[in-house]
Design a protein around this ligand. Structure first.
Ligand code: ZN
Length: 257
């Protein structure tokens, strides 16, 4: 079964069975590709590697948008390309390695844990690789060193765990200023010129209008919880997964302190 869908010339997205998690592949020159957040199950990563090989592509670089377990995966079949993340994401990937491995064991068993979170620190404006310019927008908010990738050539914004149509903003509540960090990151993404499509880490690809709609929902949600008001967010319903409702309740409690 073909999992990758071309959303723009040379930009392909696959969606995992786990939590609507996306993998983005950017096609480079001479058979190389950039793989962002390969996700999630062992079978899906094996399938991804097979599909890339069938297309004559091999990963030339990897990028993890942030140090949460479902965004730092890899498989032997994807090869030994350098895998990068922003410096503060690397720090967290190291200090919270036990929690990351627990998450993998629990929700995506069978991965080679040696490969989980094996990332190189990259402090740069763009990912160094032989392919379309992949600009980095590094900010805090959802997680330290969260790094969105903007592809100016195709107008695709790979937003990591921001700008979702199915998840409310999820704050890093152990940070000194969770709300300020999140708003700063969100507004940096909002102010990027030339975004034509957004790929959230969890959810569905949207166009520029849809990105604006999601950012509007995010601002309204944050304003409400920060003011201690009920957040009537369409992404939060009785049908939402329990973990998302729990995260919302924790955020409400955080601002009530
Ligand atoms: Zn996350």
């Amino acid at each position: 079964m073909r999992a990758l869908t071309e959303i723009a010339p040379g930009v392909l997205v696959a969606t995992s069975s786990y939590d609507v998690t996306t993998t983005t592949v950017v096609v480079g020159s001479s058979g190389g590709c950039l793989v962002i957040d390969p996700a999630v199950t062992v079978a899906e990563l094996t399938g991804l590697a097979g599909e890339l090989a069938a297309m004559g592509l091999r990963p030339a670089a990897g990028w993890s948008t942030h140090p949460h377990w479902d965004h730092v995966l890899w498989s032997r079949e994807l090869g030994d390309a350098p895998r990068y993340a922003a410096p503060s994401a690397i720090t967290v990937a190291q200090t919270s390695r036990d929690g990351i491995l627990d998450g993998v064991r629990r929700a995506a068993p069978g991965h080679d844990l040696e490969l989980v979170g094996r990332l190189r620190s990259l402090d740069a404006a763009a990912i160094p690789w032989d392919g379309p310019e992949a600009r980095l927008v590094v900010h805090d908010g959802h997680a330290p060193g969260h790094g969105a990738v903007f592809l100016p050539g195709s107008g695709v914004l790979v937003a990591g765990d921001m700008c979702s149509d199915i998840e409310i903003p999820l704050l890093d509540t152990v940070a000194a200023d969770p709300l300020g960090d999140y708003r700063t990151g969100m507004e940096r993404l909002a102010s990027l010129p030339g975004v034509r499509q957004v790929v959230p880490g969890h959810g569905h690809v949207g166009d520029a209008g849809e990105l604006r709609r999601r950012l509007g929902l995010d601002r309204a949600y944050l304003d409400a919880v920060a003011a201690g008001k009920p957040a009537a967010d369409p992404r939060l319903t009785a049908a939402s997964p329990q973990w998302l409702r729990t995260a919302h309740e924790q955020q409400v409690r955080y601002f009530q302190r």
